[in-house]
Write a protein that binds this ligand. Structure first.
Ligand code: ATP
Length: 313
């Protein structure tokens, strides 16, 4: 039996030096290259369903020997490096650009409820804490649900441009302090914004790559029932909210996704939002390639000359 190293075999099998026949086998599971060169016959089997550099087996036979031989993983790994140059151990995904997610929808649809439930299941996300001048509702915690600040303090922040966005909504200020957002993004943490329609428009203008989700109830009637049950608004304010909600529904088309927050199925809405965030996290344009100024994956196609030659056969 005549045994060659994989490297030397492949060198011998290079197509330009082959005299005689060069063909791939008919079996799609194990493409095979049969080569005759003078007195030597070589067979390279390339298992197609596994990572070829780990399982690549080469049996070399001269015309007198019927069976092949196999090599250890380390030998094969070395042979592959021999052939293609040093294999890179750099991570395939160096790092990912964090996702900015805007969750919006009409008043009473359940933005706060959804975000609270999402917080419990996704502690890895940064949930932007909005600052507001409205009074605290029972059960709300300063710094957790909102930063509750005075109108004077809020106006001072707007003057010193310390807010990503802000608005006067139903006579109260609401806005997002800048520092927490920039800090989270710098740490590579995904950021979730909870915003009304107006705020969502501003944030999308400032962060055009933000992913926006519009939350809806199953009907206008269901939305009003939620507002009534919440017992936080007097009748005149509630009517204003419902009127505004009608106008806000016209903006659905500006958003990337719509999620139904069905009555009694808060978790269903949370799961859908979770799935959207996960999918968005895996978009290829979020990969930050560190070894290229153009943010492109490194080019590793220059090495495998023999493989390319084999494919040409
Ligand atoms: N899927 C649901 N099923 C039943 N009730 C819900 C659901 N989602 C939210 N709610 C209830 O509806 C009411 C309104 O929800 P929430 O306060 O979260 O709305 P919101 O969109 O944040 O409103 P606003 O913009 O006015 O602050 C709350 O009492 C909440 O508990």
């Amino acid at each position: 039996m005549r045994i060659a190293t994989v490297g030397s075999l492949l060198r011998q099998l290079r197509c330009p030096y082959v005299t005689g026949q060069c063909s791939t086998s008919a079996s799609p599971a194990v493409p095979r290259l049969d080569v005759w060169k003078q007195g030597l016959r070589g067979t390279a089997s390339l298992p197609a369903r596994s990572s070829w550099h780990r399982t690549f087996r080469v049996a070399v036979r001269n015309s007198a020997v019927a069976s092949g031989d196999s090599y250890s993983t380390a030998e094969l790994y070395r042979a592959v490096e021999d052939h293609l140059g040093k294999l890179s151990t750099a991570p395939s995904i160096p790092s990912l650009e964090p996702v900015k997610v805007v969750i919006s929808g009409p008043s009473g649809v359940g933005k706060d409820a959804v975000i609270k439930a999402l917080q419990a299941s996704r502690p890895d996300l940064h949930f932007v804490v909005t600052a507001t001048s409205r009074p605290k509702r029972p059960g709300e915690v300063d710094g957790v649900d909102y930063y509750f600040v005075s109108k004077e303090q809020f106006e001072e922040w707007t003057r010193s441009e310390e807010l990503v966005e802000w608005a006067l909504v139903y006579g109260e200020y609401k806005g997002i302090p800048k520092a927490q957002v920039l800090d989270a993004l710098a740490r590579g943490t995904d950021v979730i914004f909870r915003l009304d329609i107006q705020g969502a428009q501003t944030v999308r203008r400032k962060f055009p790559d933000a992913v926006s989700i519009f939350l809806v109830a199953e009907s206008e009637a269901a939305l009003v029932k939620r507002l009534i049950d919440r017992k936080t608004e007097p009748m005149d304010k509630m009517i204003t909210r419902v009127e505004t909600a009608r106008q806000e529904m016209q903006h659905i088309g500006e958003f990337d996704y719509v999620v139904l927050n069905k009555d009694g199925d808060l978790q269903g809405a949370v799961q859908q939002i979770d799935a959207i965030i996960s999918a968005e996290r895996h978009r290829t344009h979020r990969i930050r390639w560190q070894d290229s100024a153009s943010n492109q994956p490194p080019n590793r196609t220059s090495g495998p000359k023999h493989m390319l030659e084999m494919q040409k056969c």
